[in-house]
Design a protein around this ligand. Sequence first.
Ligand code: NAD
Ligand code: G6P
Ligand code: MN
Length: 441
Amino acid sequence: MKKSKLTILGGGSTYTLGILMSLIEESNHLPLSEITLYDTDISRQEKIGKAANILLKEHYPSLEKFEYTSNQSTAFKDADIIFVQIRTGGLLMRELDEQIPIQHGLVGQETCGGGGMSYGLRSIPDMLQLVEAIRSINKEAWILNYTNPAAIVGLALDKVFPDDNRLLNICDMPIAIMKSYADILDEDVWNLEADYFGLNHFGWFTKIQNKYGHDYTSELKHLIQNNDFKPTDKLIANDPSWQSTFKQAKQMVQDFEEYLPNTYLQYYLYPNQLSQKESANNTRARQVINGREKEVFNDCDTIIKQNNTENIDISGDIHGVYMIRIAASLVHHLKERFIIITRNEGIIPNLPSDALVEVPALLGRNGAEPFKVGEISTFYKGLLENQYAYEKLVLEAYFENDYNKLLQALVLNRTVIDTNKAKNVLSDLFEANKEYWPNLN
Ligand code: NAD
Ligand code: G6P
Ligand code: MN
């Protein structure tokens, strides 16, 4: 199999080390000749880069070259695959995105509601610049973007680069949920096949079967209604916040038993309950700063100090393996099935054609070939049209510099709804984001 060159943008991300471990584990699926990390924050990336040097030397002997850089030309030139995982404003701005809505009695979340809108307006300009810069240097690379909020970033990229079919937006939540399904069913996650529809962080599984056609959907609903549903992937299994999120699936399946929900629906279906659970001085961002971020950089310190990876768990995680298998399917034309984000264009005929939907698709050298979902029924159509209108208004506000459209977006958003709350939270988010948001009138 021909070896590929991979570049990871946001090399200093908390996910990079796990992706590198997953690349080691998946080196038969996606053999690589070179890995390059790129980040604008040199010192943050350096620690990951130094540890990666040791990890890869020890466990990826067939890799010919590894480097980390802040030079775009070095990073983008010749890459076959580019993963994009940046966070404009860092985890400290994420903390404000979450705190401000909580202070107004609303859900404070990275990608949902006011926080998601705030993050979206920060991510759009950086992502547009990055993709522009990549394409000025490299027209052919597969760009897999999972920078959040993927729904809004994806729409902005689709508007500015509508014909770029080597640019895909991806979320790991469906596969992380499927990993838990696989584990309660005692199946291998890669043997499961999902039917799924929705928008990013706003969708449902309609069917789960295995590769031999055994339909598990009813059994899964029963298992989830009668047991605690738990996160099981390495990255999230032991995290109390993810445990509580997965637990909420039970309530959702009891209340809406037609389909199996994405965990993110909890914020839209139970906004009051969720906002009451949150505390402004310990939002998810703070937990990540004290948790995943610390652990990753501690592991780096240990690896650098020891000059080897002894006593470090170097197994891959579902997030990394998912991105890698997607890349392998594209590069090697495997036409395997993955849930990805793509322009609707009739996949769900009774939703707007320009919405970005999250659905299963076959991935090969021509990009994504999504499966048709067909018409959806009133409840789901109502929810998705409403959420898409919110997303579209955020996008219009950005490109038209229109403050009022942000207010409309928040009033539509199921986590906000109330106009007075929307006005107040918007004004605080605007103040906090002066350095990042576009000019708005
Ligand atoms: P992080 O802050 O730890 O890492 C982001 C890195 O990006 C930092 O090292 C930062 O210096 C770098 N960066 C910021 N702006 C940059 C730019 N313009 N160019 C190059 N590098 C830049 O964040 P994290 O928690 O590791 O998450 C990384 C991203 O991945 C976030 O956007 C997060 O929401 C996203 N994510 C998405 C999914 C998904 O399902 N789509 C899953 C996991 C993480
Ligand atoms: C899932 C979602 C991502 C999101 C992440 C947040 O993986 O699919 O889109 O960024 O969760 O996780 P965290 O642990 O940072 O709260
Ligand atoms: Mn996601």
